[in-house]
Design a protein around this ligand. Structure first.
Ligand code: CMP
Length: 140
């Protein structure tokens, strides 16, 4: 399997509860390397550009406000099959459906406040990584 990179976001519900280290341990235990990481505060507009694909969904406004409600940690995870592996470690979008031991099963509060985001495909990952990181910030 090819070595890939994927974009991960530790969301405001998780940074608020001081869970960054516990979530990062889940990634590292699964063999994913955190090759870039920074803690930032998004505006609702910046969150809106990131989630533009969901613009027509009824929860879009709520999602943008939530993502701007506190700091987020944006990060690039690297490893074999990193996109799929990260989605496995995160668990299903709705924590009620997430498998035991996954980040969302253990930490997420609701479908909206679900602790983490991960890219859904290598092509999406490239676009999402470029939204937050310059080439100089990706040291491997
Ligand atoms: P994420 O993987 O970041 O991608 C889109 C986000 O929209 C998703 O996680 C959820 O946090 C959010 N989302 C999806 N469905 C709903 C919903 N029904 N209500 C509120 N937020 C949602």
């Amino acid at each position: 399997m090819a070595v890939e990179r994927t974009l991960s976001i530790i969301k405001p519900d998780a940074t608020k509860r001081n869970l960054t280290g516990k979530i990062n341990a889940k990634f590292e235990d699964a063999g994913l390397r955190i090759v870039a990481q920074k803690r930032i505060q998004l505006t609702p507009e910046q969150a809106g550009v990131f989630y533009a694909v969901h613009k027509a969904r009824p929860f879009y406004g709520e999602l943008c406000e939530f993502m701007a409600s506190g700091p987020v940690v944006v990060q690039v995870l690297e490893g074999e099959g990193a996109v799929a592996k990260n989605r496995e470690v995160m668990g299903a979008t709705n924590p009620a459906d997430a498998a035991a031991g996954t980040i969302r099963a253990e930490f997420a509060e609701s479908v909206g406040e679900n602790s983490v985001h991960g890219s859904d495909a290598p092509e999406t990952a490239a676009v999402e990584i470029a939204y937050f990181f310059s080439g100089l910030e990706l040291v491997g």
